[in-house]
Write a protein that binds this ligand. Sequence first.
Ligand code: HEM
Length: 404
Amino acid sequence: MAQFTKATSVKDWLNQRLAIEKVEKVMGSEYWIPKNINFLWAMGMILAFLFLLLTVSGIFLLMYYQPHVDTAFYSVNYTIMSEVDFGWLWRHIHAVASSVTFLIIYIHMFTAIYYGSYKKGREMIWITGMLLFVTFSAGAFSGYMLPWGQMSYWAGMVITNIFSLGDLQFNGLVEWIRGDYAPGQAFLNRFFMLHVFLLPLAIMGLIGLHFAALRIPHVNNQDGEEIDFEAESKKYLAGDKKGSKVMRFANDFLSKDVMVLGIFLVFFFYLVFFHYTFALDPVNLDPADGLVTPKYIYPEWYFLWSYEILRPFSVNIGLIAFGFSQVIFFLLPWLDRSPNTVAASRRGLFKYWFWLMLINMIVLTAMGKLPPKDPFSTIGLISAVLFIVMWLALPFITKNEKKA
Ligand code: HEM
């Protein structure tokens, strides 16, 4: 057994048992971060904070929410919104946080794509990030079911129908997922369980893995510089803080993160108090009714681009295109064959690829919200085809890229 001596302080007592000084060094004061990074590198911390906010507001909502088809709608729209003190505030925080989380996720993802932060050595960061994207998407979808309004019901119907896999007619699979022929009590119960238990648990584990995957390769930097972290950290510890290319995670980098987080929170609470309606669909203010189909069924804004890849094709082709769009991002570290880990602006054809992909996904999002009529359907179809062609072309346009 290890040797234990009489502790001189609580810290010393804990240190002998949990090696807290070592943990603090590994995770904080000797976790080295490059100096040449900008505010976009604070998005990860904002995401971690948003997850905390979603958890806390969710716990308060859970105290009054009732997962029953007869009472769910009223427990949200009446009890929480008007009977419980500040219930409306927790609901607005929860709804706005879920929507804004996706905005920040997209900024975080596109920052990584722009700077090539998924390349050699950082593949695990990318994969765990994509798994977070998928689990957050499932979390948002399952949460959307809970108020049991018209859009909850019909979006639930449409999305679960995808699992019939078109002409393969896997209706048994759809019924197995729903626990019934149509969304009902069993459906609401299982999505409730997923939303409040299984998915948050998976997200917590994945955030841990995502952070662990960052520790060895370190974060990338905006100049694509290969930093010798060992040498630079020695310089820092020897007192040459100015000359060193790195800083401590805690408290140097953390203090910058907190400043960006502060600015973000001003924007966030502005939305919570003055523009929360963008995160709550008015169609969902009517209780679920299996006999009245809403005129247009569309998902929240953050799923629109992938919805628009499904919609303009015939059922079977649409499903294949949709499946492609869900999987292809995972493969990015292997599809981009250039060894250059630098900003897209310093790369060959990739810089056009990056901006075109971003604009095209915005066009897909806009077309997904508009009614499926011409010219929107034609624009949607062209954008969906372009999305697929661009991903297929990526290995070829990056293969012969010159060293930047
Ligand atoms: C939603 C929960 C997420 C959390 C809490 C989170 C957290 C973080 C944090 C704290 C960092 C380090 C600082 C920074 O670059 O911001 C980071 C880096 C990174 N994340 Fe995430 N992330 C999340 C989702 C994602 C997603 C969806 C992706 C993309 C698929 C992703 C890909 C990356 C990459 C590639 C890096 C490395 C950046 C670099 O080396 O410069 N993350 N993440």
